[in-house]
Design a protein around this ligand. Structure first.
Ligand SMILES: Nc1nc2c(c(=O)[nH]1)N[C@H]1C(S)=C(S)[C@@H](COP(=O)(O)O)O[C@H]1N2
Ligand SMILES: [Mo]
Length: 198
């Protein structure tokens, strides 16, 4: 049965597939709960916590520098997908519009539908992270997080929130949805940081 959905990485890819992971066929969807639908006209993105409060519209986001990204995607349920192609805004470009307090050491991602996930500022501000609104040349499908999701390629994909609508900057680490339900506070796939050690 498993062979229908997973394949063993070929030798040319084996160095890109973390331990305990298999290559997915297609791009699986993994969502806990309902899939929220939000039209870009009504979409809002808020910044709060240890940062100057800010509300962005879809037009504000589109006016930011846009970049293409190719990134590998690793779900903790053991599937990986290599070379996913996205278009969006680099986190480092986005953050030029945000005034963050120097005390901020962690970020909580908030979403339409109330999913949350936490990352440290160091993991959040990595040069390869991005907010994505386009997947393989098409508007990001709602099941993959459209209109906007975050993608943090170096962590398991539960750290890449779909339907993202806010960032809360924090001094101390707080746990998001899966982190409160037994998953690791960081989730680095090469170290197999799958389950909570707290
Ligand atoms: N808002 C929200 N974001 C989410 C999730 C979710 O359930 N809700 N699931 C996470 C998990 S566990 C994974 S593996 C990826 C899956 O992204 P995909 O459905 O685009 O493959 O989204 C992550 N982001
Ligand atoms: Mo996942």
């Amino acid at each position: 049965m498993l062979g229908k959905f997973f394949q063993k990485p070929g030798p040319e890819h084996s160095d890109r597939v973390p331990p305990g992971q298999h290559l997915a066929k297609g791009f699986p969807v993994l969502t806990y709960g309902e899939t929220p639908t939000v039209a870009v006209e009504n979409w809002q993105f808020k910044i709060w916590g240890l940062a100057k409060e800010l509300t962005l519209s879809w037009d504000d986001l589109m006016a930011m520098p846009q970049s293409n990204f190719t990134a590998d995607f690793h779900c903790v349920t053991t599937w990986s997908k290599l070379d996913v192609q996205w278009l969006g805004v680099k986190v480092t470009d986005f953050m030029r519009y945000v005034e963050v307090d120097t005390r901020a050491k962690h970020v909580m991602q908030h979403c339409y539908g109330d999913y949350t996930t936490n990352v440290s500022m160091d993991d959040f501000l990595r040069a390869e992270n991005f907010f994505a609104h386009t997947l393989f040349g098409e508007p990001l499908p709602v099941e993959h997080g459209g209109p906007l999701r975050l993608v943090i390629p170096h962590l398991y994909a539960w750290k890449s929130a779909k339907w993202l609508n806010g960032l809360e900057f924090l001094e101390q680490m707080e746990l998001g949805f899966w982190e409160r339900n037994g998953y690791h506070y960081r989730g680095e796939p090469w170290a197999e940081e799958r389950y909570s050690i707290l």
